[in-house]
Design a protein around this ligand. Structure first.
Ligand code: ADP
Ligand code: MG
Length: 256
């Protein structure tokens, strides 16, 4: 059975998509079978996996609406070594359409149940909001991986996210938990980041992953080549950190 994790944070630009794509590639490099679900209408995880979002037939949109199943819509990221349930602008309309459908929060969960045996990990790249799309992700997941930058307002933003996750846990998905907080875009030369990082560990203890993802320009360059950073320049510090994170997650999953 696959372990399903949402990569979520209500803030935009915090590294959710970079983490989703590189964790998928990092886990694939460790011989794990991975499905990456792109739940953001921007389709950045799709493009970053080397898939042309303009040339897609069926996408996660059709899967949510009930016009396609996952085996029909998934595509292979040849470079990444994992499958992608892709997204494009069509998904922006799903929000409105889902409101009128039955079981609107659990449609992704129902579809994912049919491909559990095909994967070791299902990773869901969420949009930056607590929309119906994100709710579909949270309802389908065993847990949440929260990428965050060690900045001044980081802890404040985190309490909003933790409250949202608690609400979903109470009302919709009793198995949902925070798997861990991942420090990303980390610059060890900045005292503020060091301080926030220490505060995080004080507050959240071993919920903070021990792997730290550094700020690394190779990770930022990779999407313009349609490649996960892990495949674009595997020896870079960023790529090595995401492969290490994949290994840490494989270990953590054993204790869940
Ligand atoms: P989100 O999905 O949360 O909106 P992204 O993953 O798209 O965030 O990241 C936002 C921006 O930061 C992108 O331009 C991305 O290339 C860049 N970025 C993300 N992680 C890193 C990193 N570790 N080092 C350098 N740039 C990064
Ligand atoms: Mg994103």
């Amino acid at each position: 059975m696959a372990k399903t994790f949402c990569i979520a944070n209500q803030k935009g630009g915090v590294g959710k998509t970079t983490t989703s794509v590189n964790l998928a590639a990092g886990l694939a490099a460790l011989d794990q079978r991975v499905l990456l679900v792109d739940l953001d209408p921007q389709g950045n995880a799709t493009m970053g996996s080397g898939i042309d979002k303009a040339a897609l037939g069926q996408t996660v949109y059709q899967v949510l609406i009930g016009d396609a199943d996952i085996p029909a819509a998934r595509v292979r990221s040849e470079t990444g070594g994992y499958d992608v349930l892709p997204a494009n602008r069509d998904l922006a309309g799903a929000e409105v359409e889902l409101v009128n459908l039955d079981s609107r929060e659990t449609r992704l969960k129902t579809q994912l149940a049919t491909v559990q045996r095909d994967y070791d990990f299902v990773l869901i790249d969420c949009p930056p909001s607590l929309s119906l799309l994100t709710l579909n992700g949270l309802c389908a997941a065993d847990g949440v991986v929260v990428p965050m930058q060690c900045e001044y307002f980081a802890l404040e933003g985190l309490s909003d996210l933790v409250n949202s996750i608690k609400a979903v846990h109470r009302n919709l998905n009793p198995q949902l938990k925070i798997i861990g907080l991942l420090r990303v875009m980390f610059d060890p030369r900045m005292t503020l980041q060091q301080n926030v990082s220490e505060q995080l560990v004080e507050h959240f203890g071993d919920k903070v992953f021990s792997t730290i993802i550094p700020r690394n320009v190779r990770l930022a360059e990779a999407p313009s080549y349609g490649l996960p950073g892990v495949c674009f320049d595997r020896s870079s510090k960023g790529a090595q950190a995401y492969i290490a994170f994949g290994a840490e997650l494989v270990e953590r999953v054993k204790t869940l």
